[in-house]
Design a protein around this ligand. Structure first.
Ligand SMILES: Cc1cc2nc3c(=O)[nH]c(=O)nc-3n(C[C@H](O)[C@H](O)[C@H](O)COP(=O)(O)OP(=O)(O)OC[C@H]3O[C@@H](n4cnc5c(N)ncnc54)[C@H](O)[C@@H]3O)c2cc1C
Length: 303
């Protein structure tokens, strides 16, 4: 029973296990989990949290997060039901406006396979949402969100108004954006600009990246993607960790993947503290052996 009015039609779950939603399959219960279907529901819910002094967190597909074993003592707002797309044809290309909860892989597949639009092939297989991908400036295989994003609509919850962010204002850099440095901004939708391409070529490119992911990444075990950010242009974290003799290193159920040392996997029953111990140990060993300070790409969400 929920005695807070988060909005009449919004879907609410109480004490919802976050492990059910996270790609790591780790995390205790969220006091409240909300699933808005559109921006009005999301904005109403956010404003309610602010008025009621409730801690809240915006989550997409939770594919880059490590939730605490105790869960989250507040409101987790999942965007995954906000997944509309709109196509706008102009002389210089096709503009696709996607809501924040749209699956990035579905979007890449839809634009590439159905509409023969090129530019998002790199994103095929990244298991996040559009909002999470803009926040992280997600990228792979030589492409990143900053290559295609032209405009983002965001809710500035401090000013309580919708703002439009364009071009350079996104402040994109490697796994970084304006949204990562400005906690008051929630991505509502993003517009990407793509161009017409050859359907077969697009399809082949997407298949190639997916095959490579399946071959190299430990997709058979729960994980949250690369554990660490790349520390420099030509430094490969997986190789560094492997050379440090840490491949397979484990604490409890958390392990540095035997398949790809750049990933930490949940072999079953891993806790958030197991994962954090693996991360801290790896950082310490790599710093000592190579003088390289690793920065976690996985975002830890405390209780
Ligand atoms: C198997 C696997 C492979 C992966 N491969 C890649 C890869 O190749 N490249 C890559 O870059 N990443 C990769 N990732 C990591 C992850 O998928 C990306 O970072 C993705 O962009 C995160 O999106 P999400 O919706 O899951 O975000 P979440 O994990 O839900 O959230 C990430 C951050 O974004 C914020 N956020 C989410 N939505 C919004 C919003 N609407 N407004 C404001 N803030 C928001 C959250 O608060 C959080 O701080 C991989 C992960 C896995 C599990």
């Amino acid at each position: 029973m929920c005695n807070i009015d988060f909005g009449r039609d919004i879907e609410i779950k109480i004490n919802e296990p976050l492990s059910k939603h996270s790609s790591f399959r780790i995390g205790g219960g969220a006091k409240y989990a909300l699933f808005p279907k559109n921006r009005e529901e999301l904005i109403f819910a956010v404003n309610t949290c602010i008025q009621r002094h409730k801690k809240f967190l915006i989550v997409g597909n939770a594919s880059n997060l490590l939730f605490d074993d105790n869960g989250f003592d507040g409101v987790v707002i999942f965007t995954t039901k906000m997944d509309n797309t709109e196509y706008i044809h102009k002389n210089d290309g096709v503009y696709i406006k996607a809501e924040c909860g749209k699956s990035l892989t579905e979007l890449a597949s839809e634009v590439g396979k159905k509409h023969s639009l090129q530019g998002l092939e790199f994103a095929y297989g990244i298991p996040g949402t559009v909002g999470g991908a803009v926040y992280m400036n997600a990228g792979a295989y030589g492409g990143q969100m900053s290559d295609v994003v032209v405009e983002t609509e965001a809710y500035d919850f401090k000013a309580q108004r919708v703002v439009t962010v364009t071009g350079e204002e996104h402040k994109f850099s490697y796994r970084h954006s304006l949204f990562g440095e400005t906690p008051g901004l929630i991505v509502l939708s993003t517009t990407v600009k793509l161009s017409l391409g050859d359907a077969e070529e697009i399809f082949a490119k997407m298949n190639k990246t997916m095959t490579s992911r399946k071959e190299k990444q430990p997709l058979e075990l729960p994980n949250a993607g690369s554990t660490f950010k790349r520390p420099g242009e030509n430094i490969f974290v997986g190789k560094l960790i492997e050379d440090a003799g840490l491949k397979g290193y484990s604490v409890g159920g958390a392990q540095i993947s035997e398949k790809h040392a750049g990933f930490t996997v949940n072999r079953g029953g891993a806790t958030s503290s197991d994962v954090r111990s693996v991360i801290e140990h790896t950082k310490a060993v790599v710093l000592e052996k190579y003088g390289v300070l690793l920065e976690s790409e996985i975002i830890y969400i405390p209780y």
